[in-house]
Ligand binder design. Structure first.
Ligand SMILES: [Zn+2]
Length: 229
């Protein structure tokens, strides 16, 4: 009997949303992996990212502008509403991702200081891998969060909107405890190494949304399915 072929189970499995929860293997906190190991893992993450692009493409029918790094384009004013979010509400325009260093913006300045410090430490290390973080969502006022939810409901219907946008009472952005990051390579850097800084993806359907959710070096907790969970 031949023993020369490797078991097929060693091949990378296709990436899907259910598997993403186990994509990052639990690691000990003995030491940070070597740069070479980290680069290899990053390559694996890049392959996984390709799967997410396909996943996002599959969602396009119900969520027309999903780009993998941010939610769909928004009208600046929802017809029939007087409220329009400003920078004072933490508003960050589409395609106008800001830097974690932009302390003058409430979206950044009103983040939890521990989350901000952890994100900045991660960003500094990611820069060594040629990865840049863009903040596409930070702290938000309750009024902005409600506007976001109302706008999404008007665009894509209640069920889909609520899967992606929490109420002001539930949203971690309103407390300054969550940050949305793009582009895709930055998301996968954080999914791969964020736990070294205590940073975790917390919703399975939002690879851009991160919170402080574990002790640095410990595994991340199981993700919630979506914003309704
Ligand atoms: Zn978010």
């Amino acid at each position: 009997m031949s023993t020369s072929s490797a078991p097929s189970s060693r091949r990378p499995a296709p990436f899907d949303s259910a598997r993403r929860a186990t994509f990052v293997a639990p690691r000990t906190n003995r030491s940070r992996p070597s740069r070479r190991v980290r680069r290899r893992r990053l390559a694996v993450a890049a392959v996984a990212a390709t799967g997410v692009v396909a996943l996002a493409a599959g969602l396009m029918g119900v969520f027309p502008s999903v780009s993998g790094s941010s939610l769909p384009s928004l009208p600046s004013v929802l017809p029939g509403t007087a409220f329009s979010p400003s920078a004072d509400d933490g508003f960050i325009g589409d395609g106008a991702g800001v830097d974690l260093a932009d302390d003058d913006l409430p979206a950044i300045a009103r983040l939890d200081p521990e989350l901000l410090a952890a994100m900045r430490a991660a960003e500094a290390d990611a820069a060594g891998d040629g990865i840049r973080f863009q903040v596409t969502g930070g702290w938000r006022s309750a009024a902005y969060q409600q506007w976001l939810l109302d706008t999404r409901i008007a665009e894509v219907g209640e069920e889909t909107a609520r899967a992606y946008v929490a109420t002001p009472e539930q949203s971690r952005h309103v407390n300054g405890d969550a940050v949305d990051i793009g582009p895709v390579d930055a998301q996968y850097w954080l999914i791969s190494y964020g736990s070294d800084y205590g940073i975790c993806q917390t919703y399975a359907n939002e690879p851009w949304h991160f919170e402080l959710a574990t002790e640095p070096g410990r595994a991340c907790p199981d993700m919630r399915t979506d914003a309704t969970g």
